[in-house]
Design a protein around this ligand. Sequence first.
Ligand code: UD2
Length: 340
Amino acid sequence: MALKEGLRTWKRHFRLLFLLIVGLSGLLLYGIPGLRHLEIFIPMGTCPPARMLLLRDNFTGLLRLWARPEVLTCTSWGAPIIWDGTFDPDMAQQEAIQQNLTIGLTVFAVGRYLEKYLARFLETAEQHFMVGQRVVYYVFTERPAAVPRRPLGPGRQLRVERVLRERRWQDVSMERMRTLHAALGGRLGREAQFVFCMDVDQYFSGAFGPEALAESVAQLHAWHYHWPRRLLPYERDARSAAALAVDEGDFYYHAALFGGSVAALRQLTAHCARAQQQDRARGIEARWHDESHLNKYFWLHKPAKVLSPEFCWSPEIGQRAEIRHPRLLWAPKEYALVRD
Ligand code: UD2
């Protein structure tokens, strides 16, 4: 009898605890914005001291990963996570000049995204993106004549490529992988050695230099970098080519910014385009479209460098002490205005 009663009480407590956890997660996810800041108390983990002292980078030499003890500065596979204060921007600048690089920056501006975001994206890129390096912008749009043309800094060029306008915004977003793959196999791939691929609905607010370069580069998503792995918004439908099981995934990466060498990006875009095609053939679509497939790719092929959320921050979250120097900011999302 006493055992039964005890079991019942335990069950009741367990149910209450479960509801509390679900409720709190819901609040953090969708509810009171102030409460969101509590997530900074969820530990990100620490980089082992032995690794911290040894991690070098092609562009910045020895990294000062110990300079940011409050955040995670390396991954379990030994890639650096780049935060303000961990690298020497001047050394990265010199190294890139010495390597005589051309760095590509691709952006899609289809439909109303063009008038709404492109001018600011390009203007601020001129002020902050790889200043002092040779840069080639590739703008993909269905209306090349509408692309704003402003004088560019020395060694910087703008190329405009025509794309077909997909009917659904989801298809515009996903189709980028196939288009990028083709472009990387063509003139873009011949002109540049490293390329960054970005969303247009954002703008630069601080120096974004060669310290961000590496063979493959992934961006920690500003809204999810403190979350436990189980809660990350990966695709969970096992029928999708983007699916990750509950015990899979390292971080949640943001598709608004990824980069790497031409060869690495050819592989990444081929994988994502193929996976999206497989899903389409099965009549399914991953939860976060190209972003879900990108996350699957980086789970299978670990990035050589990870950028902290300082490299792509959402001002909607507000200020945080650990976000010292945001370099790229999300523009306010105005879906009703720009999406059909
Ligand atoms: C999120 C991701 C985005 C992508 C998308 C897929 C952010 C900031 N970005 O963006 O990387 O994974 O989810 O669901 O969270 N575009 C056009 N015209 C269109 C539609 C899209 O040019 O009609 C381009 C444009 O460059 C845009 C990008 O595709 O920035 C991504 O689309 P989005 O910004 O509408 O998607 P969003 O904000 O949900």
